[in-house]
Ligand binder design. Structure first.
Ligand SMILES: [Zn+2]
Length: 287
């Protein structure tokens, strides 16, 4: 199976968003008042050439995000904590065309979560089945969603995603999962933390597994260190997810690909498998 990275521009965030400092509300406030910017980080979307059809994971950001007034002026995160650079030709639609893929021919678009830099390219997929976790969709709704920075008003009018509720069907260390393909080789798993309804996509390609992590961590290194980011609501949920992913990566050969890790594309090209210390494997799985 061929997998392509599509970089839809870059985003800079605060250093303490990438690597959270402190716990709970304090950790989130530390992000808001941090003065140190990261370098511009890639915004990746992923394209899987699957025998059952093309699967796009996340849609990246839109060039409109660089226009004044696109982000809500009243929102402290958008005022203080994020800078975005996207040119129109960097959007997911034109880049898919450049790969010889018509967006209308895509079989599924899966969104890891509904933050703007993952849902910004939705307008390129008006006729495509879009898969979102039910919990994430609910989180993004109403006033609570707006306060949490979801830009529901920027979603296309036709947006009516296929909402999935994870079945109590364990997948490795994950207590529930959703099998996307008939072949059973593309599996969605809940990875709550960065957002309450965040999911990750696991592609099983022969002996190799590709873990499309969304914003579960900003880099592979931060996952291995077990660091919670600076925006996750719940330390406990984020830590539990990090632990499950570490266990998964310790038990099968896998390439770990977060959406904003500048090394993700290098690891995909080189098929670099992450190596996790065996103390991350619970005893029950060693026996
Ligand atoms: Zn996010």
């Amino acid at each position: 199976m061929r997998i392509h990275a599509i970089q839809t521009g870059t985003v800079a965030i605060k250093e303490r968003q990438r690597r959270g400092v402190g716990h709970g509300l304090r950790r989130r406030l530390n992000t808001l008042v941090d003065k140190v910017w990261t370098e511009p980080l890639p915004i990746y979307a992923w394209v899987i050439e699957h025998p059952e059809g093309i699967i796009v994971v996340d849609t990246g950001e839109t060039a409109r995000a660089t226009e004044p007034g696109y982000f809500p002026w009243w929102h402290p995160y958008y005022r203080l904590n994020v800078r975005t650079w996207v040119r129109p030709e960097e959007e997911v639609g034109p880049q898919l065309q450049a790969l010889g893929i018509k967006p209308a021919d895509v079989r599924w678009v899966v969104l890891t979560h509904l933050h703007t830099d993952h849902a910004g390219g939705l307008q390129h997929f008006p006729k495509v089945e879009i898969v979102v976790s039910l919990t994430e969709y609910q989180q993004a709704s109403g006033l609570g969603g707006r306060i949490n920075g979801y830009l529901r008003n920027r979603w296309p009018e036709w947006f009516d995603p296929h909402l999935i509720d994870f079945a109590p069907q364990p997948f490795g260390p994950f207590p529930s999962s959703y099998t996307l393909t008939q072949a059973g080789d593309v599996v969605l798993v809940p990875t709550m933390g960065h957002t309450a309804g965040h999911l990750s996509v696991i592609v099983q390609d022969g002996n190799m597994n590709i873990f499309l992590a969304g914003d579960t961590s900003y880099t592979q290194q931060l996952l291995l260190e077990g660091i919670v980011d600076g925006v996750s609501e719940s330390d406990e949920a984020a830590k539990q997810t990090i632990g499950r992913i570490q266990t998964y990566l310790a038990t099968v050969p896998a390439i770990y690909l977060p959406s904003h890790d500048p090394e993700s594309v290098v690891r995909l090209e080189n098929r670099s498998v992450v190596s996790v210390a065996s103390d991350k494997i619970p005893m029950t799985q060693i026996q």
